[in-house]
Structure formats: structure tokens, C-alpha cells
Design a protein around this ligand. Structure first.
Ligand code: BYC
Length: 333
């Protein structure tokens, strides 16, 4: 895919680039135009570094906060098998957070700093995790719709121009595929169960449909970052483009489930070749990302509590690192 022409990005306040920056910018532009990869030690515009740190760290925070709605159901999973599958999924999310924090750190901001931004309520994480998981069927809807939306959004990110991010996404997407299947299978079983179970599955889909579509971000004409991120080959498709593709995927899958999507406007437009869905409540989206969603306060309080409870682990790791360094020093002397 050809990149849009890029503007040199001088550091703020500067009117011109130094000789070194000019050479760096030319190298960077060539890499982007060739659809090749930027690696951590390569020269990159500060704005590229900043937007990647922003997106990757928000993504990492989403994985970590995203553990909460599902962890809430581990003790209440209906069988030992369901419990062990759900535990494995929640552990996978922790792993995704770790790969992503590691990728973000290669851009120069330490993980402690990124984590502190989350704890201080200054960093965004995905809107979807501020909705409650009310029933066991919600584990199905989260797996099918939330992980499904994540896959639709994240498969193109495997080709992101920043090497560590793209490589982390490959493994994450493989694991997300397993997550989506487990969610689909939970809903399939419930929808073929008793009338009460089928109703529980439909209710979960009804509640998670619109929030899952909002995961793709604001509409294109209200998305300040998309244009530049696409020019830099970070994002490959716009928010609306990915959203309508996802709608097309689930419009077929829901038939196999024997359920329906709560969208009276859902249809395929032969003329444009695109899926049309209902208008989403963008005021609700803005409220949720501004911290006023149903569970924002609860999610952050729980994260802070977990961080405090983990202080002894950080302390032990520091002591162990010190002991190892002392031993190495003594051995060298
Ligand atoms: N929620 O200009 P835009 C998962 C923010 S994890 C909250 O379009 P961009 C999973 C956006 O950050 C799912 N905030 O931005 C985990 C920006 O704010 P700032 C997470 C949102 O970056 C556990 C502003 O709105 N996935 O699947 O070009 C269990 C304007 O938006 C949201 C990722 O993070 C939102 N939904 O595009 C199960 C994927 N949408 O920073 C599952 C990687 C937008 O300017 N991220 N905002 O203040 C991306 O692909 C992009 O960052 C987005 C947004 C498509 C999300």
C-alpha cells in the first residue's frame, strides 16, 4: 500500500530540522514508502514515537483492565472445564499486556511510567471494559463480539510499520482467535439450551453489540489520529471501514448461533459493497472514555488495589535482581 506523502515533523518550537534529523527523516520516509519496518533504534519523528507510545500503551492498559470483567466469572463458571478455559483466557490477556508494554518500552517510556498513567486515571483504555459482565452468557458475548472486534481491528496491526508492535500483534491475534471461538461456543450451547438459557444469550448479545462496535473508535470524520496513523502505516484501515467489515462478519455468524443482532438498520449495500449498521450513541461513547461509564470507577479502583497488593512481588524482584548483580560483581572481582 502506498503511503501518503509525509510532512517533515520538526520538534515542537523548531522551525527547521538539523542535518542529522533531515537525513533521519529521509530514511524514515523511504522505509514508510517501501512499506517496510521501523525498528526501535532507527530515527523516527517525535510525533510518530508519541502516537505509537499512546496507542500501544492504551492497548496494553486495555488488555490488563480487560481481565476484570472475565475474572469476575471464574469462580462462577458452570463447570471445571469452563473454569479452566476462562482462567487460561484471562491469563492470555495478562500476557498480551506484557508483550505490549514491552513493545511500548522500546520507544523510550519505561513501563512504570505508563502504568502510573493508568493508575492516575490519566491514560485511556478501551471503552468496552467499562460495561458490566452480568451473566455467564456475557462470557460468550465478550468472547464472540469483543474478541471478534479485537481481531478485526488487530489483524491489520500485524503489518504496523513499527516492528515490535507488529510482531507482538501476530501472537496476540492467534490467541484472540481462540478466545473468539470459546465465546462463540458458549453462546451456541446456551442458544440451544433451555428457553431461559437462550434468552440469557440473546440478552448478552443485545447489551454488547453497540459497545463492541464502539471499540473501533469514533466515526472517521471525528477521528483526529486516523489520517496521520494511516499515512505512517500504523493503521491500515479507518475506524468506520473496520467497523462495517466486522458487522458483515457477525451478521453471518449470528445466524449459526440462532440469535439476532439488535440492529434494525443492518443490511448489505450492494451499491457500495459495504455493510450498513444503525447509528451509534456517540455521546455515550464520549462519556465512557471521559470516565463516566457504568464501571470506570470500579475498574480503576480494582486495578489500584491489585497494584498495591503486588508491591511485595516488585520488592522481591528488585531484591533478587540486586542479589544477582552483587554476586556477578563479586565473581568478576
Ligand atoms: N475506547 O483518533 P482516534 C481487547 C480514543 S483490547 C477508548 O480514532 P486512534 C481485549 C483514542 O485513543 C482492545 N478510547 O484514535 C482485551 C483517541 O484518544 P487520544 C483494545 C478510544 O488511536 C482483553 C480518541 O479516542 N484495542 O481487545 O487513531 C480482553 C480519538 O480516536 C476508543 C486496541 O487498543 C475506544 N474504543 O484509533 C478481551 C487496538 N476509540 O489518545 C479483549 C489498538 C478511540 O487521542 N488501537 N479512542 O486522547 C487502535 O487500533 C486505535 O487506537 C483505535 C483508536 C482504533 C482504538
Amino acid at each position: 500500500m502506498a503511503a501518503a506523502p509525509l510532512q517533515p515533523v520538526p520538534a515542537s518550537g523548531e522551525t527547521s530540522l538539523s542535518e542529522e534529523d533531515r537525513a533521519g527523516q529521509a530514511y524514515f520516509d523511504r522505509i514508510i514508502a517501501d512499506d517496510s519496518r521501523i525498528e526501535p533504534k532507527d530515527w523516527m519523528p517525535e510525533a510518530y514515537r508519541k502516537t505509537l507510545t499512546r496507542q500501544i500503551s492504551q492497548h496494553a492498559h486495555s488488555e490488563i483492565i480487560g481481565m476484570q470483567p472475565e475474572a469476575n466469572w471464574i469462580t462462577r463458571a458452570p463447570s471445571l472445564k469452563r473454569k479452566s478455559i476462562l482462567m487460561a483466557k484471562v491469563q492470555d490477556e495478562a500476557g498480551h499486556g506484557l508483550y505490549l508494554y514491552s513493545a511500548a518500552e522500546t520507544l523510550g517510556t519505561p513501563r512504570d511510567v505508563l502504568n502510573q498513567q493508568l493508575l492516575d486515571g490519566k491514560a485511556k483504555y478501551s471503552s468496552i471494559f467499562n460495561y458490566p459482565a452480568r451473566s455467564w452468557a456475557d462470557m460468550g458475548a465478550i468472547g464472540w463480539l469483543v474478541d471478534g472486534a479485537a481481531i478485526a481491528n488487530q489483524v491489520p496491526l500485524c503489518r504496523a510499520s513499527f516492528g515490535p508492535y507488529g510482531r507482538a500483534m501476530v501472537r496476540i491475534c492467534k490467541e484472540e482467535s481462540f478466545h473468539q471461538r470459546q465465546g462463540f461456543e458458549i453462546l451456541l450451547e446456551l442458544s440451544h439450551g433451555t428457553p431461559a438459557q437462550k434468552k440469557m444469550a440473546q440478552d448478552a448479545v443485545d447489551r454488547f453489540y453497540a459497545p463492541a462496535l464502539m471499540m473501533f473508535g469514533p466515526p472517521d470524520d471525528d477521528s483526529p489520529n486516523s489520517k496521520q496513523s494511516m499515512a505512517w502505516n500504523i493503521k491500515r484501515f479507518s475506524n468506520d471501514e473496520l467497523r462495517q467489515r466486522f458487522v458483515g462478519m457477525i451478521a453471518e455468524q449470528v445466524k449459526v448461533l440462532g440469535l439476532t443482532l439488535p440492529d434494525p438498520e443492518l443490511r448489505f449495500d450492494e451499491e457500495t459493497g459495504k455493510w450498513i449498521h444503525m447509528e451509534l450513541d456517540w455521546q455515550e461513547f464520549k462519556d465512557v472514555i471521559a470516565g463516566r461509564g457504568p464501571c470506570n470507577a470500579q475498574r480503576l479502583a480494582r486495578r489500584r488495589e491489585a497494584h498495591e497488593n503486588g508491591a511485595w512481588v516488585r520488592e522481591a524482584a528488585r531484591a533478587y535482581a540486586q542479589k544477582t548483580a552483587d554476586k556477578r560483581k563479586a565473581g568478576a572481582a
